[in-house]
Design a protein around this ligand. Structure first.
Ligand code: GSF
Length: 203
């Protein structure tokens, strides 16, 4: 199978970490969506990465669908709990983390427009989502070791990808001081081979 991914894409990284944790072999295609030669729209009509293309050419998107497919594809290291209640809890964490990333991305894209055309109200609405998401993640993690239940799961992977992306794009935010429990979690995650092998290039 082939994974079309973006080098800095946090959603692609989430999928790559799941692939690494589950020791699933795949071909990585780092795609530049701005290049007219991109093949992504052939496999995802939305023209977004990540896209997983299976050996029979079936394509799967978005990242949440892909991680569910992968977790079921191999019994090695289950990352999404079987129990419905725990599964919903883990997926809620994922939605919160991905949603935080969506808002960071919206701010960054808006700030790349010429200053005169930027919408300050839109930026502050998106920034408020980021701030609230961080607060919620910190409160819900509290003093526990892992986000969902008492073991490492997709919830931690999603939160780790969101925090690393936040650090890359909003280095001015002092979230580590405000939320030391999230900082401890990220420090712990950063030691895992799956996180180390997928560190985004600084760009
Ligand atoms: C988000 C994918 C996405 O926005 C998911 O897979 O979880 N909810 C989706 N991908 C971005 C790349 S990124 O991670 O920065 C993307 O492909 N953007 C191109 C576009 O045209 O929106």
């Amino acid at each position: 199978m082939k994974l079309f991914a973006g080098p800095v894409s946090p959603y692609s990284r989430k999928v790559r970490i799941v692939l690494a944790e589950k020791r699933i072999e795949y071909d990585l295609v780092l795609d530049n969506l701005a290049d007219p030669a991109t093949r992504v729209p052939e496999f995802n009509p939305l023209g977004k990465v990540p896209v997983l293309v299976l050996d029979d050419e079936t394509s799967l998107f978005d990242s949440r669908v892909i991680v569910e497919y992968l977790d079921n594809a191999s019994p090695v290291k289950r990352l999404i709990p079987d129990d419905t209640r725990q599964r919903i809890q883990a997926r809620r964490w994922e939605a919160l983390a991905d949603g935080c990333t969506d808002a960071v991305m919206a701010v960054v894209l808006e700030q790349r427009r010429p200053v005169a055309t930027q919408n300050a109200e839109w930026i502050s609405r998106q920034q408020a989502k980021v701030d609230r998401a961080l607060k919620a993640m910190s409160e819900e993690l509290a003093i526990r070791a892992w986000c969902a239940g008492d073991s490492y799961s997709l919830a931690d992977i999603a939160v780790g990808c969101a925090l690393d992306y936040l650090e890359l794009r909003m280095p001015q935010l002092n979230w580590r001081e405000l939320y030391p429990n999230l900082a401890n979690l990220l420090n712990k995650l950063a030691k895992r081979a799956s996180f180390k092998s997928t560190i985004p290039p600084k760009s």
